[in-house]
Design a binder for this molecule. Structure first.
Ligand code: NOJ
Length: 532
């Protein structure tokens, strides 16, 4: 281990959505003990760190992203002792543990919000963002608390099950005759980060978990914390979008720098990876801060995730990431998570593509994040309308993880799992079946992670694109005297391997389909090393 390189730069992260990983107590919902029992799967995969989505006390309006106590475990998932056992076991097995942290909002059931809404004079009132009705003079009309009197034109994030328009980002509180702001559900009122008491209370929640041994935090809606103090209307071209997807305010940066100070002051220091859900990579870049005032160590960068399976688009997004982040700000790469349709499904369902995408993801310059189940080649589950529960319509990617082919798929006997199983869970798409298939996608992921671990060029080297035929994305990775070539064929026909790497040896192929001498098959990817 090179001590000059922080661990999270060399790491591969594995995201666990705890409801969906493994149930051990028979309620049909995954739990912390289910994660502990399956740590060996993650170790064998070769990942270095976990990111665990929220398991805090919550009424579950947004499945845990509505936190009613930041410093306790929801009984659905276990208790603090379970968490302590999990983190100890993870550390013993060499895995770092990063947990979700949801600073932009609390649950409306949080004690802070109950106090805040109890009266306009409550000492907690100013912890949230309240506004009066829009007056007649400001263009308001209608009875108090009616849509004609909304404070501004901001929209919240979720259209609701089956809905297709976004609701207002304000909810009327009839007890105190004011609106409160929520970027997400009405059950998720936004905290007022301009209030130093809020910042101090939230910093305490970080210390609570650092003292329990966590290695870092995935910061939910990191770009959302600062709000326009004037709460001005958005211009017409932005007004139809949820405000959470475009809120990019200078006010946020000092808050993140302050949080970074809290993490750095702890022994050992912890890291944070921010969810900066903004449309362009240059915007994302700013959330790393600067050398003299650092903010996030890592940030998610979603433009590549939203790229279709298309070599030219991918090349443009990778190059833009390289140039916008530059040498100092370390990139991250992610294809799937709990908010998006799984990439195998997005790319049309083909296993070959999912396998080629794995080679792409794990050979770019930066820290990759895997979403539990992608190593099995899972597709989204088909969720019938009456089974859908997520206000954002994201149920399909959150389907439970099948551990074996049995009826319960390795989950405790008891209530059925909270969502339907993903396709082929009784066939090839479970951990046991994939274990047994040395040509399967699970073993491909293991080979790729092992190759990464063994190659300084893959972990830390430069990324330079190679001239290649249309439909190919090819690059060289280079560190010291270690070199690798990567060729990904996004097209539907075989293509010539670019000349620079044409004679190189195949270290990992996404699949074994032969394409003929000097060719790469359709939807195939190759990791190459120089012939000696
Ligand atoms: C982003 C999280 O990833 C998503 O699942 C959640 O609904 C919103 N933030 C609100 O917390």
């Amino acid at each position: 281990m090179n001590l000059d390189v922080p661990w999270w730069r060399d790491a591969v992260f594995y995201q666990i959505y705890p409801r969906s990983f493994c149930d051990t107590d028979g309620d049909g919902i995954g739990d912390l003990e289910g994660i502990r029992r399956h740590l060996d799967h993650i170790v064998r995969l070769g990942a270095d760190a976990l990111w665990i989505s929220p398991f805090f006390r919550s009424p579950m309006a947004d499945f845990g992203y509505d936190v009613s106590d930041f410093c306790d475990v929801d009984p659905l998932f276990g208790d603090l002792d379970d968490f302590d056992r999990l983190i100890e076991a993870a550390h013993t097995q060499g895995l770092r543990v990063v947990i979700d942290w949801v600073p932009n909002h609390t649950s409306s059931a949080h004690r802070w919000f109950s106090e805040a809404r109890s009266s306009r004079d409550s000492p907690r009132r100013d912890w949230y963002i309240w506004r009066d009705d829009r007056s007649d003079a400001q263009g308001g009309s209608g009875p108090p608390g009616s849509p004609g009197r909304l404070p501004n034109n901001w929209l919240a994030a979720f259209p609701g099950v089956g809905g297709d328009t976004f609701p207002p980002a304000w909810t009327w509180d009839p007890g105190t005759d004011q609106w409160y702001l929520h970027f997400f559900l009405p059950e998720q009122p936004d905290l007022r980060w301009g209030n130093p008491e809020v910042r101090s209370a939230m910093a305490d929640t970080l210390r609570f978990w650092m003292d329990r041994g966590v290695d870092g935090f995935r910061v939910d809606v990191a770009h959302g914390l600062g709000k326009d103090p004037a709460l001005a209307d958005l211009p017409p071209e932005l007004a139809p979008l949820p405000v959470a997807s475009i809120n990019d305010r200078s006010e946020t940066h000092p808050y993140l720098a302050e949080l970074r100070g809290v993490l750095d002051a702890h022994q050992p220091p912890a890291m944070m990876v921010g969810e900066v859900f903004l449309p362009t990579t240059p915007q994302v870049a700013r959330y790393y801060g600067s050398a003299d005032r650092p903010e996030l160590q890592l940030s998610f960068n979603f433009p590549p995730l939203f790229a279709p399976w298309d070599a030219a688009v991918w090349r443009q997004r990778v190059e833009e990431t390289e140039t916008s982040l530059g040498p100092e700000r370390w990139p991250t790469w992610v294809l799937s998570n709990h908010d998006q349709v799984r990439h195998r499904t997005r790319y049309g369902g083909s296993e070959e593509r999912a396998r080629a995408a794995a080679v792409l993801l794990l050979t770019l310059r930066g820290t990759p994040f895997l979403f539990a189940g992608e190593e099995l080649g899972l597709e989204d589950a088909v969720v019938a309308p009456q089974q859908r529960g997520d206000p954002g319509g994201r149920d399909g990617c959150r389907a439970p993880l099948p551990w074996d082919a049995s009826a319960d798929h390795g989950w405790a006997k008891g209530s059925p799992a909270w969502l339907p199983w993903p396709p082929e869970a009784s066939g090839a798409r479970n951990v046991a079946a994939q274990e047994a298939d040395s040509d399967g996608i699970l073993h491909l992921y293991r080979r790729l992670l092992a190759a990464r671990r063994a190659s300084p060029a893959l972990r830390r080297g430069t990324w330079s694109p190679l001239d290649a035929h249309d439909g190919l994305l090819a690059c060289l990775r280079h560190h010291g005297d270690d070199r690798r070539g990567v060729v990904v064929n996004f097209s539907t026909s075989p293509q010539p391997i670019p000349a620079t790497v044409a004679g190189w040896n195949v270290e990992v192929a996404s699949d074994a389909r032969p394409a003929g001498p000097g060719l790469i098959a359709a939807d195939q990817a190759l990791l190459l090393h120089p012939a000696h």
